[in-house]
Design a protein around this ligand. Structure first.
Ligand code: 5GP
Ligand code: ZN
Length: 137
């Protein structure tokens, strides 16, 4: 077993666990973007979000919903960023599906997800792009 997140789930790498059930494991990010930065992952090893089936993805995001409320209560947050890097090109550094819950406070100057991803795609062909996606289900 090479995957560091699988090792965190099994306990062979220590972590600050915040939640665990049959399906998911949540723990504090070792390099937090803000105080309380939490990672939620499925216990089953799956590399990419796009490799998950609908049931597994639903279970993961149901847990993210529950855990995000606990994080919010714990720190009296004003908001949070919830997101994932999918694939190396998007910045995924650990190839085990996981969702980041990043707590936000008024005045923390942390910016938004719009600040971290900007490839300047233009806005001319939005109708074509939407059509392309609709044709790919
Ligand atoms: P990614 O870049 O794949 O979206 O997120 C991986 C996250 O896992 C990073 O934010 C990184 O700080 C965190 N991380 C990597 N290795 C460890 C570890 O051994 N323990 C903990 N708690 N977090 C880790
Ligand atoms: Zn894994």
């Amino acid at each position: 077993m090479e995957c560091i997140f699988c090792k965190i789930i099994s306990g062979s790498i220590p972590s600050y666990k915040v939640y665990e059930d049959d399906l998911v494991f949540a723990f504090l990010d070792i390099y937090p973007c803000s105080q309380g930065h939490t990672i939620v992952m499925p216990k089953k090893h799956i590399g990419l979000f796009t490799e998950m089936n609908k049931k597994d993805a639903s279970d993961l995001f149901s847990s993210v919903n529950i855990i995000s409320k606990a994080v919010c209560r714990a720190f009296g947050l004003d908001g949070m960023n919830i997101g994932m890097n999918v694939g190396e090109v998007a910045g995924q550094s650990v190839p085990h599906v996981h969702v980041h819950i990043i707590p936000r406070k008024e005045g923390d100057n942390g910016g938004s997800m719009h600040n971290i991803v900007e490839t300047n795609p233009g806005t001319e062909n939005l109708a074509d792009l939407a059509k392309k996606i609709r044709g790919s289900f």
